[in-house]
Design a binder for this molecule. Structure first.
Ligand SMILES: [Zn+2]
Length: 135
């Protein structure tokens, strides 16, 4: 795995494609974070190290840190997905409660409240609960 930067090779050397090489960063376990010059189009195997060899301590620590970063990024993705799901549930709950409150206002508040309106309201509440899958 490597990443590309916009820096171009400062000497007259060209890659096998005849292009100016670009500075990239190696993220392999053997050379983590070590920069090298590579083909800008990835069309050939041109490779020239820019940085000195990575020390043993860095070889041991950097891959572990990269794996840790990846795990944390995965956890962030899972949390964002869960957050979206909870937001949807919250909106759904808000809609259901709003409908129920509206039903209560429409059927219980009027002074012509009768047993028929109460039963109609209960039926409507049951219908809403069943429709949204709460029962
Ligand atoms: Zn090339």
């Amino acid at each position: 795995m490597s990443s590309c930067s916009s820096s171009h090779y400062s000497t007259l050397s060209l890659c096998l494609c005849g292009l100016s090489p670009v500075l990239r960063t190696s993220w392999t376990d053997a050379n983590p974070g070590r920069r090298f010059w590579g083909c800008s189009q990835r069309g050939c195997n041109f490779h020239l190290w820019h940085d000195p060899a990575v020390g043993d301590r860095a070889k041991n620590i950097i891959p572990g840190l990269l794996k840790r970063i990846q795990r944390l990024e995965d956890e962030i993705k899972r949390c964002r997905k869960k957050e979206k799901m909870l937001q949807s549930m919250l909106i759904g709950t808000f809609v259901v409660i709003s409908v129920l409150v509206l039903c209560l206002l429409l059927f219980f508040i009027p002074c012509y409240c009768s047993w028929f309106n109460v039963m109609t309201t209960l039926r409507l509440i049951c219908y809403v609960l069943v429709s949204f899958g709460f029962v």
